[in-house]
Design a protein around this ligand. Structure first.
Ligand code: AMP
Length: 195
């Protein structure tokens, strides 16, 4: 495959969660990336939603870059089918490589690992370390409580209101990914309305 049209880092759970809607959303994200000539950058595992998004991207013809620390190769079951699988020494190296290889960042439902990763790129954006778009896929209301808490934080004046505007939120891949690709100043392969 030639150079990808865009590259999206996806942070998501190493579990699949309680409803099938989460895995369906992960598959839809991967399908959209792969069928629009894109590249997925992710944590390199086969467990949970991580494996679902990677498999869906590959099945749709996309490139998949997995980045996994040596210590997690067994625990998160490294995905040997990745287009590129990078086994790195530390978690910091994983996060740095993922951030460098991505044009945009997306969080799907996940646990504290997912939250840590999306908050880190959000804080980096706040500090001006990068200007890449960030998205939150709010599947089945999973992030409603978090968004309500963040509004609370704004009201309590610990967060500037403009910070919330740095994150694109949507309930499905078809809304979120075109917005992020456009915000990154890129275009997709077959056309944004092709799916
Ligand atoms: P979780 O959302 O907790 O299921 O974790 C999702 C992914 O985040 C997994 O690949 C974890 O290895 C990764 N992760 C866990 N802790 C961290 C961390 N401190 N920084 C970056 N990634 C992490």
């Amino acid at each position: 495959m030639s150079r990808p049209a865009f590259s999206v880092a996806v942070y998501c759970g190493s579990r699949t969660g309680v409803t099938a809607a989460f895995a369906q959303a992960a598959a839809a994200i991967g399908h959209w990336i792969g069928s629009h000539g894109g590249q997925l950058v992710y944590g390199g595992g086969t467990s949970g939603l991580m494996g679902v998004v990677a498999d869906a991207t590959l099945q749709a013809g996309g490139r998949v870059v997995g980045v996994i620390p040596t210590s997690l190769v067994e625990r998160e079951l490294a995905h040997r089918g990745c287009t590129e699988l990078h086994v790195v020494d530390t978690m910091h190296e994983r996060k740095r490589m993922m951030a460098e290889r991505a044009d945009a960042f997306v969080a799907l439902p996940g646990g504290i690992g997912t939250l840590e990763e999306i908050f880190e790129v959000w804080t980096w954006r706040q500090l001006g370390y990068h200007d890449k778009p960030i998205g939150l896929l709010n599947v089945a209301g999973y992030y409603d409580a978090l968004l309500a808490f963040l509004d609370h934080s704004v009201r309590q004046q610990f967060m500037a209101p403009a910070l919330m505007g740095l994150v694109h939120t949507a309930t499905n891949a078809q809304q979120l990914l075109p917005a992020l690709v456009q915000a990154a100043g890129l275009s997709d392969g077959p056309g944004l309305s092709a799916i």
